[in-house]
Design a protein around this ligand. Structure first.
Ligand code: NAI
Length: 350
């Protein structure tokens, strides 16, 4: 496995988590704390090899630094990655042990849900640590499952990106959605309401088929989704959806989806330009979830969340316009903007 060198700097801190009794096995990677505490979700996944888990933690933590900086949040970047134990396991014990590890970091890391974890898990963390968000919301305060906010930001970004790249509103366009989990399913509902045609894929037949029946979406095999006839491709599953093979098969002229780390390697950005495919960078369009998490952690209300999420689509449009003007990939333009924000804060603190 190759761990891609960090773009800014290596993680400040990478903590190995191991607790025999609860089955806790994973990492917390803290990539940057220049703008504030390192914030990013906790992923639970059946990693067969812990070197893959470490690589994921480092890449995802780095991605959070960029995402938080570009969203204008007072947060650095970090991520927790846990190996899902084989067979039955005590979920309460595992997340309490994880929570104790988060608390020991004294606020350097703020956790929340990610793939494989949910609100109930974060409630267990909250029993033993203050440094957690994604908890049930109360009386107008920000909180709860961040997925609907993420889906809203992706949907609004897709709308402006479709106008920019295809010169059209979403009505009548065909969108291929890869992954119909929490964000993908919510995005599909919004797209159906906007009059888009849907093609969906998910290896989980229950989630996928129920959604297809409700929305009248066409179902295809997970291996085929990237190559279907569609105007827009929305990766909403795991990372690495855009690789040499899938990009060659793409018929869509616009990519806009929720998944983190969509580019399997940095050179894919150039391949997309060669193929004339517009890419709305993942961490810019999917910032809705962390915006909600940030507001919850800082004790803000839902109004603050809504206004920051309303800024995502205009930011995406500005970025796509700048990328077209400069003849550079939107991914590189986004990285440059995020790096400038972090470097500016570093200079101000010096
Ligand atoms: P989820 O776990 O609810 O859904 C992921 C879905 O993808 C599952 O239904 C899974 O069966 C499916 N899937 C896995 N491999 C697939 C494949 N090869 N083809 C098609 N489908 C496949 O996760 P969630 O919360 O919906 O997140 C989706 C993506 O968005 C992840 O990459 C996550 O990191 C990212 N994201 C999520 C945020 C949130 O607020 N939940 C915030 C920002 C990013």
């Amino acid at each position: 496995m190759v761990i891609r060198p960090a773009r800014l700097a290596p993680p400040l801190e990478c903590v190995r988590l191991y607790d025999l009794e609860s089955g806790l096995d994973g990492f917390i990677a803290i990539h940057s704390t220049t703008l504030g505490p390192g914030a990013g979700g906790c992923r639970l996944w059946p990693y067969p090899d812990m070197r893959d888990a470490l690589g994921d933690a480092m890449r995802l933590a780095e991605g959070m630094s960029y995402k938080n900086a570009l969203a204008g949040l007072p947060l650095g970047g970090a991520k927790a990655v846990l190996r899902r134990p084989e067979g039955a396991f005590d979920r309460v014990a595992l997340f309490r042990a994880f929570g104790r590890a988060v608390e020991r970091l004294g606020g350097l890391y703020v956790t929340a849900e990610d793939v494989g974890t949910g609100v109930a898990d974060m409630q267990e963390v909250a029993h033993v640590s203050r440094h957690v968000a994604g908890l049930p919301r109360a009386d107008g305060r920000a909180g709860g499952d961040p997925s609907p906010w993420t889906a809203q930001g992706v949907f609004e970004s897709m709308r402006v990106a479709a106008e920019f790249a295809l010169g059209r509103d979403l009505a009548g366009l065909t969108v291929a959605v890869q992954g119909t989990g929490n964000v993908g399913a919510d995005l599909c509902r919004r797209l159906a309401d906007a009059g888009a045609n849907l093609v969906i894929a998910d290896p989980d037949p229950v989630r996928r088929d129920r959604l297809a029946a409700i929305l009248g979406a066409r179902v295809v095999d997970a291996a085929a989704i990237a190559g279907v006839d569609a105007d827009i491709f929305a990766p909403c599953a795991l990372g690495g959806a855009l690789n040499r093979d899938s990009v060659r098969r793409l018929k869509a002229k616009l990519i806009c989806g929720a998944a983190n780390n969509q580019l399997a390697s940095p050179d894919i950005a150039a391949l997309l330009i060669e193929r004339g495919i517009v890419y709305a960078p993942d961490y810019v369009v999917n910032a809705g979830g962390i915006i909600n998490v940030s507001a919850e952690y800082l004790g803000e209300d839902e109004g603050a969340v809504a206004s920051r999420i309303a800024a995502i689509a205009p930011r995406v449009l500005a970025l796509l316009e700048r990328s077209a003007r400069e003849g550079r990939s939107p991914a590189l333009v986004a990285d440059a903007m995020a790096e400038a924000a972090i470097a500016g804060a570093e200079r101000a603190a010096a």
